[in-house]
Design a binder for this molecule. Structure first.
Ligand code: PMP
Length: 291
């Protein structure tokens, strides 16, 4: 059991975070989760590049980000002997006396990580999931993969308490994304997903789906769509690094009196476009991570 600490592997039990780490006190930092299939990192360069972007947006200096992220992730996969799993990496602004404004420029960011086994979620991908529709209570910079996840934590917990796999979020009647996934619907034969702006995380899986859709000659648009359009959609799915592509069977909503309403998406079974994309994604996984 190993941890990455400042580019070095150390025994997991020796990895300790200072009480004045700004990641711990303010959520002042960024993270990435990279998938591992067949012992190989999947789309790791894209994750490393996104981490670099998140750092830049938060003005955290971290030289050679892409190189260090890829190296650290690879070291963890090998040390833990991961076959199918994930690597978690985070960078906080560093350790400094607790004031909100940035600390002295001499402060060194703290780069940590770990890897764990995680099987592919085949049964959810095949059978589909139930989701809970909630107001999007998160901040206005969801394009940054920051450590501040309370909005996501509270939303996901509510979903779990209602027996749902994921919370999907709505801002002023417009669907944004899931608490830890992106959201697509199929309407009139076209794939629709929220534009990549400050309101969503521009998912690596989402971008891969754009590519796979184009290859399969499926129309795919970045446009906003409403809650009513979701309910009327022929198909809907969530996607993400650990989620892959999961069809949505039903959407639950809660009214002011805490009563639940259930809306079936399409026939309630995974739809044809969703299945086409799942097959293409599976093919990609196998091609990219073959021996
Ligand atoms: N949106 C949010 C809020 C997320 O947390 C995630 C998972 N990291 C995603 C979308 C999906 O992104 P990716 O495909 O890069 O995992």
């Amino acid at each position: 059991n190993w941890a990455l600490y400042q580019d070095t592997l150390i025994p997991r039990q020796d990895a300790k975070i200072d009480i004045e780490d700004r990641g711990y006190q303010f959520g002042d930092g960024v993270y990435e989760v990279i998938r591992v299939y067949n012992g190989k990192l999947f789309l790791a360069e894209a994750h490393a590049k996104r981490m670099e972007r998140s750092l830049k947006e938060l003005r955290i200096p971290f030289p050679d980000c892409t190189k260090r992220v890829l190296k650290g992730a690879q070291m963890l996969v090998e040390a833990e002997g991961i076959v199918d799993g994930i690597v978690y990496l985070q960078i906080s602004r560093g350790i400094a006396p607790r004031v909100h404004q940035f600390p002295s420029s001499a402060t060194i960011p703290i780069f940590t990580g770990s890897a764990s086994s995680l099987p592919r979620p085949f049964s959810y991908m095949d059978q589909g999931i139930e989701v809970l529709l909630l107001p999007d209570i998160r901040w206005l910079r969801n394009d940054i993969k920051s450590l501040n996840l309370l909005g996501a934590v509270l939303s996901k917990q509510q979903a779990k308490e209602r027996g749902c796999y994921e919370a999907i979020l709505e801002r002023a009647g417009i669907l944004t994304e899931g608490s830890s996934s992106n959201l697509f619907i199929v309407s009139r034969g076209e794939l629709l997903t929220h534009p990549a702006n400050n309101l969503i995380l521009n998912g690596i899986t989402r971008l891969e789906i754009f590519r796979l859709a184009a290859e399969a000659k499926l129309a795919c648009k970045e446009v906003t769509y409403t809650v009513d359009e979701l309910f009327a959609a022929d198909e809907a799915f969530i996607c993400g690094t650990t989620t892959e592509i999961m069809p949505i069977r039903t959407v639950t909503t809660i009214d002011a009196e805490n009563r639940a309403y259930h809306y079936t998406i399409g026939t309630g079974a995974p739809g044809p476009l969703t299945k086409t994309l799942q097959k293409a994604f599976d093919r990609l996984v196998k091609d990219v991570t073959a021996d």
